[in-house]
Design a protein around this ligand. Structure first.
Ligand code: EPZ
Length: 420
């Protein structure tokens, strides 16, 4: 058992280099199954979700090898099994991409129901609806916690997503890549990791057009081949450091990012009183730590990301005035607010709306990470608070943030990982 110990109130200054995007790499590793060949994946973030997926692919029979800290080779030609019902699959959410990938490659898949962060019901009905439309028969065994998929052939079709879903868009794209004919996904999600997954598949020989818009058109191909691919930078990790700088005050250059991906956050930080300076692959955040209250509503990309909502709540806790934070993507993503209140935050939640009355000071507290981004919010609150903060359950944070304490320490934070 480990925890993070933070002595707060230091301003943050310097440079932080952002790692490869978690939500892109967790789709791209399963997508490598389609290659039936060797893929080389660069800019790999060393986070627990990636290790979990490496483990799952290895158990399926792939040869996964780290060439160096940032580069993973996956030889998927040695995969003979379509049965992914082991524990590493149950640990994370993104293992649902094994359904689309194995179905595309073998026309069969048996996959354990995915785990991951718990913020209300997280259905996968749209994924399954898409697979069925492509011709798969599906048995959902919720007692055993296994989904079985089988198709004689997969045939392209038109699929309209009732709700904009990142996971369903990518999973259907995976399954359709080697289907016969043309598949159109309408009302598709447009997140940067969808574009990255489509770019990866296209590098392997797929024919996917329109990723990043709400209509994606996939012309099925018979087979793919291996290639080398560089994962995009992590929009949410970058945003976490940007909000931390805004809350603590200081001047941080957030490096190795795509500034366009940060537009919705940059606009909000400017509204809060920060100076944001953009370069080709970096953003400088300059803050005196005195922030103004704002209104924020989470939306699918290019709107404000739900995955930055908890960090923003922590960032607004000391802002001058009353902020309103509305969550529109997940039904129950305010579970962490009780933890945040331990710092002295004045927050009231009513359904999907949190009202945050800025307080002059936060005080260090003993808290836990209730999920990945909630954990990041606790780190931001601890950095901005006076006194000492102890954060437990940090395995959640390790799922998505590479070396968070080293990166923050280099910016001047007093933070360390302690074994109980
Ligand atoms: C992805 O989850 C991300 N995870 C999440 O990030 C992120 O919060 C979410 O997209 C929204 O941006 C990964 O990419 C691995 P959705 P996903 O399908 O794909 C409803 C993080 O912290 N829905 O876009 O599971 C659903 O209930 C994680 O990094 C259905 O109704 O999310 C939700 O309200 C947490 N039926 C909405 O759609 C379905 O079949 C969006 O969910 C699927 C989804």
């Amino acid at each position: 058992m480990e925890h993070l110990l933070i002595k707060g109130s230091n301003p943050l200054n310097g440079e932080v280099v952002i790692s490869g995007a978690k939500n892109a790499v967790v789709a791209i590793i399963p997508a490598a199954i389609l290659a039936n060949d060797i893929c080389i994946i660069d800019n790999l973030p060393r986070i627990e979700d990636v290790k979990c997926l490496e483990d799952s692919l290895t158990k399926l029979g792939a040869h996964c090898q780290l060439i160096d800290d940032r580069t993973l080779t996956i030889d998927s030609s040695t995969i003979k099994s379509y049965n992914a019902t082991f524990d590493s699959v149950r640990k994370i959410r993104a293992s649902y991409y094994l359904m689309g990938a194995l179905l595309a490659r073998f026309k069969r898949a048996e996959v354990a129901l995915p785990g991951g962060c718990n913020f209300g019901t997280r259905p996968i009905d749209l994924h399954l609806k898409g697979f069925r439309a492509l011709g798969a028969e599906i048995i959902e065994d919720y007692d055993a916690g296994i989904i079985s998929l089988k198709a004689d052939r997969l045939k392209g079709t038109n699929i309209f997503l009732d709700t904009v879903s990142v996971g369903a868009t990518i999973n259907i794209m995976l399954a359709a890549t080697m289907a016969e004919g043309v598949t159109t996904i309408e009302n598709a999600a447009k997140e940067p990791h969808i574009v990255d997954t489509a770019n990866f598949l296209n590098m392997l020989g797929a024919k996917i057009k329109g990723a990043g818009t709400d209509v994606i058109r996939i012309t099925g191909v018979e087979k793919l081949h291996g290639n080398e691919y560089m994962i995009i930078p992590d929009q949410i990790e970058a945003g976490t450091y940007m909000i931390a700088t805004a809350a603590c005050g200081g001047h941080v250059s957030v490096r190795n990012i795509i500034p366009k991906h940060m537009d919705s956050l940059s606009a909000k930080l400017r509204e809060m009183g920060c100076t944001i300076e953009e370069g080709d692959d970096y953003i400088d955040v300059i803050s005196d730590g005195r922030l103004s209250a704002i209104r924020v509503k989470t939306m699918a990309y290019p709107g404000f990301p739900t995955d930055l909502q908890p960090q923003m709540a922590a960032g607004l806790a000391k802002a001058d005035g009353i902020s309103i934070l509305t969550e529109t993507v997940w039904e129950n993503r305010f579970q962490y607010i009780d933890q945040l209140k331990k710092f002295g935050c004045d927050i009231n939640v009513d359904g999907r709306i949190a009202t945050i009355r800025g307080v002059p000071q936060l005080n260090g507290a003993e808290v836990i990470a209730t999920d990945l981004r909630a954990g990041a919010a606790m780190v931001i609150a601890g950095l901005a608070a006076a006194g000492t903060t102890k954060i437990g359950n940090i395995r959640f944070i390790d799922r998505g943030y590479e070396q968070i304490e080293y990166k923050l320490k280099a910016l001047g934070a007093d933070i360390k990982r302690v074994k109980n």
